[in-house]
Design a protein around this ligand. Structure first.
Ligand SMILES: Nc1ncnc2c1ncn2[C@@H]1O[C@H](COP(=O)(O)OP(=O)(O)OP(=O)(O)O)[C@@H](O)[C@H]1O
Length: 564
């Protein structure tokens, strides 16, 4: 084969700018002569570069036109087009898959933009606060990890809207709470109380323990817990969220409408958090505040929240849950998932881990219990809620079994609750039962719940054919596929004997144990698939554990400002 350089013809060669090759009139792409330096070392380098250049650019010159990008000088349309990006079907599919992965919940790509662009831009423009600018007012709350005060500013700041503020002096989980609040403020500000600033206040020498100061706008006096304790509930909320006079007479229909509105507002707030990769983990009426200005309910207290996008605060073995509202799984991630991986690993794997664990369904369960308390006044006290939880556990977390258990001997109060949920063909009960389920995978997501016909004015009866179809589709997707897999396995078991290629119970057990076995091809394929699935999960977990060996630091706390 001719060397690439030997047959090179072009404007820089001694021949004409067009040349004849293989007896045809062909245009040959020109190649500029490489610059030759004076020193031998430089000369050798230049030669190497020229060789490399020839290898990639010159190869093909002098070869048949099937290889080269040749064109006919007369038929100009056959001349090579300017080289640009060529879109091929597999390329487009690959790009689409990559983009879908990067944008899938909890959002790797938006996460990078948020962390490395938005966070810095925001820091330049937002107002900051110092300890001596704040005047402490009355204490409004005290938890295990902090004290909350109503405060005001010593001197008004032009960049800060007038009004009362709230200050939390937090110890242990203050850094996490600042991180979560800042993320929320950038991603879904309306979901949570309006966060203004957070900083680390270093204690002077001699005093122990640093404190994190967190400042919010004062949203209002009432939490949902305060409002639900009133005998007037839900009417005491009606004027706040639905405004002035309501034309409906007092009764179940009107109460249902108010409860619907509260649940919808909370689902919106949760959907905002979940779509940015944050799971609250402590949803309860005490952590829901009514914002007088926005006339809507907002979520507070993100101290126990986990950021699944970068793996902050999801430590499967550690939990700070309120047992009254916690979902049965208690851990938002499978206990097989190793403790929080390093940030880049967590970020890269976050869509996979999210889909494997569906951690957001933890909050959905808690919200389901709040829904239940709204419908049944007798479940609003701590003791009755604890008792209900025990009953539900005995019923294997199946609300329908619980209903069968209590309804026959229910008092007027419980019966009224069931009546309220049974309005519009029982659509409220259906939504409730899809929120309170044992398996996280079977629970509805916040977004799907918002599209549920419970929030449709006319309920089930008012659904169009298309909406009905969507509902059927939704119901189908709520089914647990592990049950479906078991069903298929059982069907296969019953479909034959070992000699006919079917499975006996004993063989099935072997399959479930996924031990390699010699046998029919059908059985081996299934066993291999199950083995492969198990191996993937195991490898994923092991590699994350390995990456975790280097001690995790609170790398993200560098983002938190300090008061010097
Ligand atoms: N932005 C706000 N506007 C008005 N009140 C607020 C706001 N944030 C918090 N509060 C009030 O402060 C109380 C305590 O807040 P928060 O739950 O965040 O603190 P905490 O120390 O975590 O308490 P706990 O451990 O009991 O949950 C709330 O119940 C609420 O009454």
């Amino acid at each position: 084969m001719a060397t690439a350089g030997a047959l090179r013809l072009g404007p820089s060669s001694s021949s004409s700018s067009s040349s004849f090759l293989h007896g045809h009139r062909r245009l040959v792409p020109a190649r500029p002569k490489p610059h030759v330096p004076a020193s031998p070392r430089g000369w050798r380098g230049a030669r190497a570069a020229a060789h490399l250049h020839d290898l990639f650019v010159g190869v093909g010159v002098g070869l048949p036109c099937t290889v080269m990008e040749c064109g006919d000088i007369i038929y100009r349309s056959t001349l090579p087009r300017p080289t640009g990006l060529t879109l091929t079907a597999p390329g487009a599919a690959l790009a689409l898959a990559a983009v879908s992965y990067l944008w899938a919940t909890p959002g790797v790509a938006p996460g990078f933009f948020d962390m490395f662009v938005l966070a810095f831009v925001e820091r330049v423009f937002r107002p900051s606060f110092r300890k001596d600018e704040i005047v402490l007012g009355k204490k409004i709350g005290e938890g295990a990890f902090g004290v909350v005060y109503k405060v005001s500013l010593a001197k008004p700041k032009p960049s800060v809207k007038e009004g009362d503020l709230v200050l939390k002096k937090a110890t242990e989980y203050g850094a996490v709470e600042i991180w979560m609040n800042e993320r929320v403020r950038r991603a879904c500000a309306n979901s949570c109380a309006d966060f203004l600033y957070g900083f680390l206040e270093r204690k002077s020498k001699g005093k122990v323990g640093d404190e994190y100061w967190l400042i919010w706008r004062f949203e209002g006096e009432d939490t949902l817990a305060d409002l639900m304790q009133s005998k007037e509930f839900p009417y005491n909320v009606e004027a706040k969220i639905l405004g002035g006079n309501q034309d409906l007479p007092k009764g179940l229909g009107r109460e249902n409408k108010i409860i619907q509105t509260i649940i919808r507002q909370l689902l919106f707030a949760l959907d905002g958090l979940h779509s940015t990769g944050i799971v609250h983990r402590d949803i309860k009426p005490q952590n829901v505040i009514f914002s007088e200005e926005a006339r809507t309910f907002k979520i507070i207290d993100l101290g126990a929240a986990a950021d699944l996008r970068v793996g902050i605060n999801y430590i499967p073995k550690e939990f700070l849950l309120d047992p009254r509202y916690a979902a049965p799984e208690q851990y938002i991630m499978s206990t097989q998932t190793p403790s929080a991986p390093s940030a880049p690993v967590a970020t890269a794997l976050s869509p996979v881990l999210w889909q494997l664990n569906l951690p957001d369904r933890f909050d959905i369960y808690s919200l389901g219990l709040i829904f239940l308390q709204m419908a049944f006044p007798s479940l609003r006290t701590d003791s009755s809620l604890i008792q209900f939880n025990r009953q539900l556990k005995r019923c294997n977390y199946d609300l329908n079994s619980w209903r069968n258990l209590v309804e026959p001997r229910a008092g007027p109060d419980l019966r009224r609750g069931f009546e309220l949920l049974d309005l519009d063909g029982g659509i409220g009960w259906e939504l409730l039962t899809s929120m309170v389920r044992y398996k996280a995978r079977q629970r509805i997501s916040a977004r799907a719940a918002l599209a549920h016909p419970y929030f449709n004015r006319e309920g089930l009866l008012g659904l169009s054919i298309m909406q009905n179809l969507r509902l059927q589709q939704y119901r189908a997707t709520q089914k647990d596929y592990s049950e479906a897999a078991n069903w298929v396995i059982n069907l296969m078991a019953k479909s034959g004997t070992a000699s006919e290629g079917g499975f006996t119970e004993a063989q099935l057990q072997e399959l479930r144990d996924i031990k390699p076995k010699r046998g029919s091809a059908q059985r081996n394929v299934l066993a291999s698939v199950l083995r492969l699935q198990r191996k993937i999960v195991k490898t994923l977990n092991e590699s994350m554990d390995e990456l975790n060996q280097q001690r995790k630091s609170l790398w993200w706390s560098r983002w938190i400002p300090r008061e010097e």
